[in-house]
Design a protein around this ligand. Structure first.
Ligand SMILES: [Zn+2]
Ligand SMILES: [Zn+2]
Ligand SMILES: [Zn+2]
Length: 202
């Protein structure tokens, strides 16, 4: 296989291992080179698993999972997690565990970055910016629990941004409650969306 690729912006050739074209600065995704996915941790063959309308790759031995970027966006969305009744009502942040080994992306083989998901969740995930995330056993559930318990809003607060409330959206969400007085009170609280969604899940 050729070790170079042609820049799609300027047409010059450069190494496949580089993301940024050294001639024009154009950014490219790393190519998908691995067709049969193996566990980046223990090297077992990964198996396909259906999970809430997506397909993820699971390791039968260490029970880590690979989730492609697009599917991860969906699985870590408020929309999907609030609807999931199996998610616990409280989020217990675990102490950060030290993970020293860097794992290769199962799609392109480049070493993934380690990130504390949304900076405050305490879940350290391995990320390839181009292809997806590797999650150790239980981390996907932990992330979904973090989101379902208002994690994204807490993250916005952490960033120092005011969480702007879309009252129309809240009214729509709360229309099932049918308690006008309650609604009026809720709208004056700092972050009612979280509580309303919680009530709706009952
Ligand atoms: Zn170029
Ligand atoms: Zn494994
Ligand atoms: Zn990758």
């Amino acid at each position: 296989m050729s070790d170079t690729r042609t820049c799609e912006y300027c047409g010059k050739k450069f190494s496949k291992r580089m993301r940024i074209c050294p001639f024009c600065g154009g950014e490219h995704k790393r190519e998908i080179t691995m067709k049969t996915p193996y566990c980046p941790g223990c090297k077992s063959r990964l198996t396909l698993r259906r999970y809430r309308g997506t397909v993820i790759y699971a390791c039968p031995k260490c029970e880590g999972v690979w989730v492609d970027t697009r599917d991860f966006k969906r699985l870590s969305s408020e929309r999907d997690t609030y609807k999931d009744e199996s998610v616990p009502y409280t989020y217990l942040k675990k102490a950060l565990t030290k993970k020293e080994r860097y794992h290769p992306c199962i799609r392109c083989g480049a070493l993934m970055l380690k990130k504390n998901f949304k900076k405050i969740s305490g879940v350290i995930v391995d990320i390839c910016a181009d292809h997806g995330v590797w999650l150790d056993n239980g981390e996907l559930e932990q992330i979904r629990c973090f989101i379902a318990n208002g994690g994204l809003e807490k993250y916005q607060e952490y960033l120092g941004r005011r969480v702007s409330l879309n009252h129309e959206e809240i009214r729509k969400l709360a229309s099932g409650l049918g308690n006008v007085k309650f609604m009026q009170q809720m709208l004056h609280l700092y972050s009612p969306k979280y509580w309303i969604l919680k009530l709706l899940r009952r």
